[in-house]
Design a protein around this ligand. Structure first.
Ligand code: SF4
Length: 320
């Protein structure tokens, strides 16, 4: 690890004005610094600027950016009314990491592509223009949706997938007025600039996440991974499904580890809503999800796996 300056911010304006890399839990950043993938000259510790409360906001909740994943998952209001979020967070990492990881940091975590984390490999995300070693390489965890010729990495997290399904918003402070962005629009696809992973601009800081009013129904987070704990998803499905008199009255869905961002396709929700659940309907939902899916060799298995996992989640949610 290279030497760096370390200072502490005492208030949000310090963080907004900083010409330094912000650090909160550090659960991703410190790993990348040890690997010299991230080499900041200066770190600004933002752990003492507040933003660590979960408070009512309208019919929903506002989760401060520095609320830890553990506190968020354990909050009785979230467990009762937004259990999808608790389930997704608890499916990720380990208790020790969740005790340190924060809401804002989790949204900004970087890909776990092995070539990105290996300075000797070609990687357009780490070094634009250098190529992509994952193309034709070991790409078992990589994207099948929304990838580009420049990058096939995935966004690896769980929390943001639930937030996307719940249609939460990210609150962002900068030098001007605060702005809000749907979680569905916060992360971006790689295109020809895979070094950019979200819409945060220089000088902007995430201050929190807002959850809309709760939606009653089945809240399911299904994470498929190589071992039962402390592993990133091969893929995940986050679903809120409400049934009424044998029909699907309401559906919200998002998918993890299939793309460079949590994947949300409103056509699937439109297809399901108002319909009587059946295996044929679930197949049509998968057809929509996967119509442009493309494997890259070692990750081809994700395409049938996504079909089976979506069908299983919909069957569980609807009782078919
Ligand atoms: Fe880098 Fe993306 Fe290629 Fe991985 S998939 S090596 S992150 S360019």
């Amino acid at each position: 690890m290279r030497a760096f300056d370390y200072t502490r911010a005492s208030a949000l304006p310090d963080a907004v004005a900083a010409d330094a890399k912000l650090i909160a839990g550090g659960t991703n950043l410190l790993d990348l610094m040890k690997l010299e993938v991230e080499t900041p000259d200066s770190l600004l510790d933002i752990n003492r600027i507040g933003l660590d409360l979960i408070e009512p906001e309208g019919d929903g909740l506002r989760i401060g950016a520095l609320v830890t994943n553990s506190d968020c998952a354990a909050d009785p209001r979230i467990r009762k009314d937004w259990p999808l979020l608790s389930k997704a967070i608890l499916a990720g990492a380990s208790p020790q990491l969740r005790n340190k990881a924060t809401t804002g940091g989790n949204l900004c975590q970087r890909t776990r592509c092995g070539y990105f984390m290996d300075n000797r490999s070609a990687c357009n995300k780490r070094q634009p223009g250098s190529g992509c070693a994952a193309m034709g390489g070991f790409n078992r965890i990589h994207a099948i949706l929304g990838a580009s010729d420049a990058c096939i990495a995935t966004y690896p997290g769980d929390m943001a997938v639930a937030l996307s399904a719940l249609d939460a918003h990210v609150v962002i402070a900068g030098s001007g007025d605060a702005r809000t962005v749907r979680v569905r629009d916060f992360h971006v696809l790689p295109g020809d600039k895979p070094q950019f992973e979200n819409v945060l601009q220089k000088g902007e800081v995430i201050t929190g996440v807002t959850l809309p009013a709760p939606v009653k129904g089945q809240h399911i987070y299904r994470k498929v991974r190589d071992r039962a704990s402390y592993a990133f998803a091969l893929l995940s499905v986050a679903a809120v499904i409400r049934m009424d008199q044998g029909r699907i009255a309401h559906a919200q869905l998002a998918f993890g580890s299939l793309a460079h961002k949590p994947w949300h396709d409103p056509r699937i929700e439109e297809l399901l809503t108002g319909e009587t659940p059946s295996t044929a309907l679930f197949d049509k939902a998968s057809d929509l999800l996967l119509e442009n899916a493309q494997g890259h060799g070692a990750n081809d298995f994700k395409i049938p796996l996504a079909r089976r996992t979506l069908a299983a989640v919909l069957a569980e949610a609807t009782g078919v």
